[in-house]
Every structure is written in structure tokens, then in C-alpha cells.
Design a protein around this ligand. Structure first.
Ligand SMILES: Nc1nc2c(ncn2[C@@H]2O[C@H](COP(=O)(O)OP(=O)(O)OP(=O)(O)O)[C@@H](O)[C@H]2O)c(=O)[nH]1
Ligand SMILES: [Mg+2]
Length: 304
């Protein structure tokens, strides 16, 4: 299945909402007037694009109409597409080099999909012929360690784990040494997403990063913030908090298949200016795809 097709399928609910809403607004007259642009802005806000991003998009369309005098459906749609692509920026990619250790630190609030994404990534890299190791640095609950162990079994990936309640940084230390000894290409570190104490979280992530820098100074390290699209605007505040506590290098947007809130990808990209690298489109192993801005935007908007 091509990327556009998987986005379309995964984002059906968001697409139905946005594309049908756009067509309904545009059907009233051949050209857009002020009221229709207001309606379009409302539609974007309801699809969780966020009021700042929706305002910027509609502002861009208004100035384009003023400049060109063209308020046709096609012109508005084109400008909307261009504006969305500008917000999303160029595609961000994980480009692990075989033979050089890449460490992926999965961070994010509880339940966003960190562990599931870690499992899906194992399958992806292994099928590309790379050697992967998982580190269970979410030691907060025994169930979290079991869940990761289960993904390890499913994907035949070794899992480095300690007891529940142990120091996550110690797991990271062991996982790095295991990855180095076994000449792994990728080490994926699952972490806990507790948010009730920001200072704790900040200290824990800082300690993990110190261990990585000390024990694997030559590794390429990516901190991937996992965001749950179904949480709507809450996802934007999560992204803000995590960017304060750690240096996020890429975003993963999960559950884009979940409801009509897929527009949140635009809200988060607008607020964080951080590339969205991956998209989760379901609970299964294969439901992870590179985030491709053009396919995403095309799967959101109606045909021109
Ligand atoms: N529909 C859908 N469900 C997903 C996706 N990604 C994860 N999930 C589900 O979301 C739930 C939470 O996923 P986890 O991977 O356990 O989330 P987590 O961030 O590790 O959660 P904690 O360990 O509690 O912090 C599970 O039921 C997953 O199956 C996705 O892309 N689409
Ligand atoms: Mg987890």
C-alpha cells in the first residue's frame, strides 16, 4: 500500500470531516466570501488544527485573495494546501546508518503509544536488516516491562530489563553496553511518561541523557516525543511541556486512525516547529509509517 493510501485509510474520519466540511462550505457559492472563510476557520479549529494554526492558514488565504483577486474554490484549496505544507515543513526522517549505533529515546505522556511505537520500530528496522535492542527504561510499573518484553518476543528483539522500581538510568547503562557488545545498529529505549511531577521527569530524562552521552558518545541519539492525536489540543500542551524538559528532536503522532482529530498534527507542528517523523495508524505491528507531509495534507483535503 502506498503512503497516500495508508494515510487516507487511517485518517478516514478526519478526512470525512474536513473534506466534506470544505465541500459543504464551498458548495454555497462558486467563490469564497468573508463568511465562508470564517466558516472554514471554524472547521479547521473543530478538526483540531488549533486556533493559532487555523488563524495563520486563513490569514494566508485572505492575503492571497487580496493579492490575486481569485477567491475560487480551487484557489482557496491550493492556498490551504500550501499553507499546511509550510506549517509541516520538510519531512523529518530517521536515517540510521548500519554499523553506527543509533539510540532512540521514546518520551511522552502515559498512554500515548511509546511502547507500541517502540515495538513497531523493531519490526521496521529488522526488516531493513538492522540489529535492534530494546531497553525497558520504564521501570515504573511491572506491566510496562512485561508489555515491552511481549513486543520483544513478537519481533524477536532482545530486551534489556531490570526489576520494577529500579533506576531507569541503570537500565539504560546496561542496554547501551549490551548494544555495543552485540554490535547492534539500533537501541530503542522505552521510558515512563509520568507527568504529575515535572521536576522528577526532567531529572530522570536528564540523567538518562547523561548516561547516553557518557557511555555512547559516538552514538546518534534521537529523542522522539510520542503524541496521541486523539487527545486534541491537549497534545499541544504535552508537546510544550516535553520540549521544556528534554531536547526533542522529532515527533511521532499516534492514533491518527482514531477519530476526527488528525488535524492536531498541524497544531503540534505549528507550536513546536519540530519535524513529525512517524505516524501511527493503528495498533498492529505494520501500522507505522513515515510521516509524509504531502500525503498527509492530500489525505485531509478534498480533490481540487
Ligand atoms: N488506534 C491506535 N492505537 C494505538 C496506536 N498506538 C498505540 N495505540 C494503543 O494505545 C494504547 C497505549 O499504548 P502504549 O504503547 O502502551 O502507550 P505508552 O505511551 O507506552 O503508555 P505508558 O507506558 O502507560 O506511558 C495501547 O492500547 C495501544 O495499542 C495507534 O497508532 N493507533
Ligand atoms: Mg509504555
Amino acid at each position: 500500500m502506498g503512503l497516500l493510501e495508508s494515510f487516507r485509510r487511517g485518517m478516514k474520519k478526519t478526512r470525512d470531516f474536513v473534506a466534506e466540511g470544505f465541500n459543504r462550505i464551498a458548495a454555497a457559492m462558486g467563490v469564497f466570501d468573508e463568511d465562508m472563510l470564517d466558516d472554514l476557520e471554524m472547521l479547521l479549529v473543530q478538526a483540531d488544527v488549533g486556533s493559532s494554526a487555523a488563524g495563520a492558514l486563513i490569514g494566508g488565504i485572505r492575503s492571497e485573495i487580496r493579492a490575486s483577486g481569485d477567491a475560487s474554490r480551487t484557489a482557496v484549496l491550493q492556498k490551504l494546501e500550501d499553507g499546511m505544507l509550510e506549517i509541516l515543513g520538510p519531512p523529518g526522517r530517521l536515517n540510521p546508518q548500519p554499523g553506527v549505533l543509533t539510540i532512540l529515546l521514546m518520551v511522552g505522556v502515559n498512554g500515548t503509544g511509546k511502547t507500541t511505537t517502540a515495538g513497531k520500530l523493531c519490526a521496521r528496522f529488522q526488516s531493513a536488516g538492522m540489529k535492534v535492542i530494546l531497553g525497558a527504561a520504564d521501570t515504573f510499573r511491572a506491566a510496562a516491562i512485561e508489555q515491552l518484553a511481549h513486543w520483544g518476543e513478537r519481533t524477536s528483539t532482545p530486551v534489556i530489563a531490570h526489576q520494577e522500581g529500579s533506576d531507569p538510568a541503570a537500565v539504560v547503562f546496561d542496554a547501551i553496553h549490551a548494544a555495543q557488545a552485540r554490535r547492534a545498529d539500533i537501541l530503542i529505549l522505552d521510558t515512563a511518561g509520568r507527568m504529575h511531577n515535572k521536576q522528577n521527569l526532567m531529572d530522570e530524562l536528564a540523567k538518562i541523557r547523561r548516561i547516553i552521552q557518557r557511555e555512547a558518545p559516538d552514538a546518534k541519539c534521537e529523542t522522539l516525543l510520542v503524541i496521541d492525536a486523539t487527545t486534541g489540543q491537549n497534545a499541544v500542551s504535552q508537546a510544550r511541556v516535553f520540549r521544556e524538559v528534554s531536547e526533542v528532536t522529532g515527533l511521532v503522532i499516534t492514533k491518527l486512525d482514531g477519530n476526527a482529530k488528525g488535524g492536531v498534527a498541524l497544531a503540534v507542528a505549528f507550536e513546536t516547529r519540530t519535524p513529525i517523523m512517524l505516524a501511527g495508524l493503528g495498533e498492529n505491528l505494520q501500522d507505522l509509517t513515515d510521516f509524509e507531509p504531502v500525503s498527509f495534507v492530500r489525505s485531509l483535503l478534498p480533490e481540487k
